[in-house]
Design a protein around this ligand. Structure first.
Ligand SMILES: Nc1ncnc2c1ncn2[C@@H]1O[C@H](COP(=O)(O)OP(=O)(O)O)[C@@H](O)[C@H]1O
Ligand SMILES: [Mg+2]
Length: 221
């Protein structure tokens, strides 16, 4: 099956099941927005997909490549990292690297991939970062820093882009700019599947796609 496919995902913390049997399919080029209250497990879901935490049960595959089953990773984690871009809620650029160096660092880490990324200049221009390349993170506004983080996630030409509340720390003007830039950047990668989580209904409306609720560890239409 093309795109992201998840079946029966369970994540435990102590004795509680934070995720309790999540099924999710996002086709290539598809968008899913997961809404849920604070503490519902939205970040846990994204981290489990990116293998930043280990699920207790479930099967996950991207474009038919099964990379997690039960409690085991089935591919080299580095192999799957290049296929998944992650934009975190808290902006986490490397402080002593410029905007461009932050983006290039990821490109280097996943070097050797056979897939070709969009030209860096196209990516910077789609994300409205031209002229900001040499700035350090503390010289960027929150919105600019988040756009750098999106460029960093996309530079590996991932198959799946995970967005964790990327606009919740921004004012309304910057929220709109980030979403407009995201839309342009995405046109460079028409095949990418996108999974965004948010507690803001305004975000889910403006990004489009299918909206699911995360409640009691499961996804609902
Ligand atoms: N590192 C952790 N250790 C233990 N429990 C955690 C940890 N991170 C999150 N949790 C718990 O997991 C649940 C889901 O958290 P999270 O995925 O961050 O929710 P959301 O992103 O929807 O706000 C919460 O009950 C939270 O307290
Ligand atoms: Mg969260």
């Amino acid at each position: 099956m093309v795109g992201l496919d998840i079946q029966g995902l369970v994540v435990r913390r102590g004795s509680a099941n934070i995720l309790d049997g999540v099924d999710l399919h996002i086709p290539c080029g598809g968008t899913v927005v997961v809404v849920g209250e604070s503490g519902a497990g939205k970040t846990t879901l994204l981290k489990a997909i990116d293998l930043l935490i280990s699920p207790a049960e479930g099967v996950m595959s991207i474009n038919g490549l099964k990379y997690w089953e039960g409690q085991r990773v089935l591919v080299r984690p580095e192999a799957i990292r290049g296929d998944i871009g992650f934009v975190f809620q808290e902006i986490n650029l490397v402080p002593h690297l410029t905007a461009l160096e932050n983006i290039e660092l990821r490109a280097k880490v996943i070097a050797g991939r056979s897939r070709v990324s969009a030209e860096m200049s196209d990516l910077l221009s789609a994300l409205d970062l031209v002229g900001k390349e040499q700035r350090y993170p503390d010289e960027l506004s929150g919105g600019e820093a988040q756009r750098v983080a999106i460029a960093r996630a996309l530079v590996s030409a991932p198959r799946l882009l995970l967005l964790d509340e990327i606009t919740s720390a921004l004012d309304v003007l910057n929220q709109e700019r980030v979403l407009a830039s995201l839309k342009k950047a995405r046109e460079l990668y028409p095949e990418i599947s996108l999974l965004a989580v948010t507690h803001l209904s305004s975000f889910s409306e403006s990004i489009g796609g299918r909206i699911l609720r995360l409640e009691a560890g499961r996804l609902f239409d």
